[in-house]
Structure formats: C-alpha cells, structure tokens
Ligand binder design. Structure first.
Ligand code: TYD
Ligand code: ZN
Length: 406
C-alpha cells in the first residue's frame, strides 16, 4: 500500500474514505465527450499530527479552475447578501485608504463594496469569465493563482494589504504552505486575514460526505487552522460558525501576539477536542455512516422507481457529483437535474451522465419527488419553489439523514 504524506506537515495520512474512480465535480459534458471523460481516484485521509483532513491525490489545478469555471457567487441571492454584509462589516473596521485583497474574487461580489467605498483593492482569480463579471462591477483583478510569487508581485506593485479575504478558496489549495508564505509577505504588520470554508465539524455531524470532491482538497477545523497558522507565524484570534455550504467556519488570523484570542475560538477548540476531530477512530465511524447513507438513498430511489414515481434532482451542485457517483445513481433512477446555471444546462452531469435541464422546466410538469442536492440553499429554494409542494411534490434530502420531507 502506498502511503501518502500530509500536504502541509508531511506526516503520514490515515486514509478513511476511498471513493474509487470519480470524475471532476464540475466536469459537465456533452454526450459526444463521454468516451474521453477524465477520472481520478478520490480518497480522503486525516493527518493525525496537524488534524487536516485532505485528499490523497488531486488532479492538476488547471483541469479544475479553468477559464470557464462555472461557479458564480451571485447564483444564490442569499450567498451574495452574505458576502455584501460581511464586506460592509469589515470595511467599517478599516481605516480609509487601506489596501484590501481578495483571493479567489469570483464575480467580484465581495470586493464591489470596497470598490464603491473607494478602497484600493485587488482580486486574484484565475477564471477569465468571472473576471469579466467582476470588471463590470468596477472590481480590479489579477488573473492567476495566489501563491508566493503572486504575493511578491502584488507587494511590489501595490504594497502590503491591511485585509486579505478568501471565501471557499483555501480549501481548494494543496500548496497551502506557499499560500501562507505569500500571506506573510503580503500582509501589513497589523493586517488581518479572514477566510471561510466548509467546516469539518459540520461534515462529521451531518454526514455530509458530499463535501469531499476534487476541488475540496482540505476540510478544516479550528484546531488544525490554528496549528498551520502558527507554523507560519500567524495566530488564530477568532472563529465564527456560518450557515453557508451546510456549515462553514470563518477564521480570523493576525500576526502572533497582535490581538486577543476570543473566548468563542477557545470554546470551539474545546468542542472539537470532545468530538475527537483529529482522531482516526472518529473517521472510521464516519465512513460507516456514509455507507449507511448511501444504502438508504439507493434503496429509496429504487423503491420510488418500482412504484412508478418520477424522481428528478434539484441543483446540479459540485457536491452532487460525489453523491451520484459514490451511490451509483444514474439516469435510470434520476431522470434529470434542474439547475439555474446556463453553462450546465443541456449538458450531462459528470460521471453519472444525468441530463441537466433549465430550472424553469421544473414545473412543466413537476416530478413526484425532487432530490435536493443544494440542501445548503434549502430556505431560498423552498420559497422559490413553493408551488412544487403545494401540488403534492415531495423533497428528498440526504443530509443529515436520508428522508422524504412532507
Ligand atoms: P452550491 O450548493 O453553492 O454548489 P456547490 O456544491 O457547487 O458548491 O449550489 C450552486 C449550484 O446550485 C449551481 O449549479 C446553481 C444551483 N442552484 C439552483 O439551481 N437553484 C438555486 O436556487 C440555487 C440556490 C442554486
Ligand atoms: Zn499534517
């Protein structure tokens, strides 16, 4: 058996969930592309030393975050509001003229607030399509990946930053040591790093194994982030639980000794210790619960099919790729997935090859059951699609347990 080393501290990883051959979560494709589809071995492991949960292998980053990367922040109105609210709050804590950098600036939703308030700012984002959307919002971007070299270039051209923000980005970056070294040179002496990502604690609590896919290289905990940050001269000063992505955490870092560590961060670390968040046995149990979730979902879909019910998916999320391929759900069990993203519509889902249809067609006519892949946007979707339940439609969710909502 090959042993894999932690991408951050080098300790041997404890593999706990092997998904086998999986496609890229955002690899939506046309029928004529099926034969050349790209697959890789998806396997998750825990570093028992630093506590980072991570993938054992990862495809090249250019295969995932290419020019036409389809995820856009403003596809969810609640997500857009979440980032605008945070931008207002952080802008209020900064002196005028402070330089703000966002890593993975997506369509510019977060930086737009700073741009409008006249803060010097820069987004770093490799996807050209998203940068065009950001530019239309008056947001300046550097097209590329963030690492030590990019940081050095920004410092040379624009100076040091008072605030560096990143949302759902650090979990994508296996070269996290280079990112932290870049942050060290980019951040001003009293500057702050604020970043948020799906939270390992919620994944364990909710059995949300669907957070594991090619783009999510790491799943962070407060304790693990504190350790990595410290190894690069930063201190974790606060952590804030968030509702996004079915449970995320926002981390606040400063130079060592610059700020007081919040009681909330200390409490969260105590809670993590009690749940055994960095112990191999915790993940062995997690694997058992994932297998159980898979059996239940497949059994439910088979039963509905045998009863003659029509079942469709709702929202062709990245997470759906893990669920569909791990559970072996194909077009025989799920007739299609409805989604709002134009670049996914008319194509097929990666690996499972389920047709993606425009969400406007969901009601024409409604299926009997809809499997909700975007359970993290449940409130928004239930409101928007209230007509579905009114005429007898039923939602199926699989997080935290497989169940039919009525
Ligand atoms: P999200 O859970 O943020 O995706 P991911 O798992 O990829 O991080 O959901 C984004 C996807 O869900 C995107 O394909 C658009 C789709 N979606 C809908 O189709 N309808 C909706 O109402 C929402 C909020 C998302
Ligand atoms: Zn490690």
């Amino acid at each position: 058996m090959t042993s894999y080393a932690c991408a951050v501290c080098g300790h041997a990883l404890h593999s706990f969930l092997d998904f086998g051959r999986m496609p890229l979560a955002n690899g939506f494709l046309r029928a004529e592309e099926f034969s050349g589809e790209y697959f890789f071995d998806l396997e998750a492991g825990l570093c028992p030393s630093c506590g980072l949960v991570q993938l054992l292998r990862q495809p090249a980053r250019e295969k995932m975050f290419h020019g036409e990367y389809p995820f856009s922040t403003s596809s969810s109105s609640r997500m857009a509001a979440h980032f605008r609210g945070l931008a207002e709050r952080l802008a209020g804590e900064l002196a005028p003229g402070s330089f703000v950098v966002e890593i993975g600036s997506n369509d510019g939703t977060f930086l737009e607030t700073f741009a409008k308030k006249g803060f010097p700012h820069l987004g770093v984002e490799p996807a050209a399509g998203l940068n065009r959307l950001a530019a239309a919002r008056g947001v300046r971007t550097f097209e590329g990946f963030f690492d030590q070299d990019t940081a050095a270039r920004i410092v040379k051209e624009k100076g040091r930053a008072e605030l560096v923000f990143a949302a759902n980005v650090f979990c994508h970056l296996p070269y996290l040591n280079s990112v932290f070294e870049g942050l060290k040179s980019l951040l001003s002496e009293n500057g702050r790093i604020v970043f948020e990502d799906p939270y390992l604690g919620n994944v364990l609590e909710n059995n949300s194994y669907d957070q594991i896919y090619d783009e999510h290289f790491f799943l962070f905990s407060v304790s693990a982030v504190r350790k990595i940050a410290a190894s690069h001269g930063f201190e974790l000063t606060d952590a804030e639980p968030l509702w996004t992505h079915g449970g995320s955490m926002r981390y606040f870092l400063s130079g060592s000794g610059k700020r007081r560590v919040s009681p909330r961060a200390l409490e969260l670390m105590e809670k993590e210790k009690a749940m055994g968040i960095s112990l191999p046995e915790t993940f062995e149990k997690f694997r058992g619960r994932c297998q159980e979730s898979k059996s239940k979902l497949v059994a439910l879909l088979r039963r509905l099919k045998s009863e003659g019910s029509r079942v469709a998916g709702y929202a062709a999320t990245s997470k759906a790729a893990t669920v569909l391929n791990y559970c072996g759900i194909g077009p025989d069990l799920l007739e299609c997935v409805y989604d709002t993203t134009p670049s996914k519509q008319g194509k097929y889902s990666p690996g499972a090859h389920i047709p993606v249809r425009p969400w406007e067609e969901f009601s024409k006519p409604y299926p009997d059951y809809a499997l909700l892949f975007a359970y993290n946007h449940m409130d928004e979707i239930m409101t928007k699609e209230s007509g579905f339940m009114k005429q007898g439609g039923k939602w199926i969710v699989f997080v935290p347990h497989v169940q039919v909502l009525s």
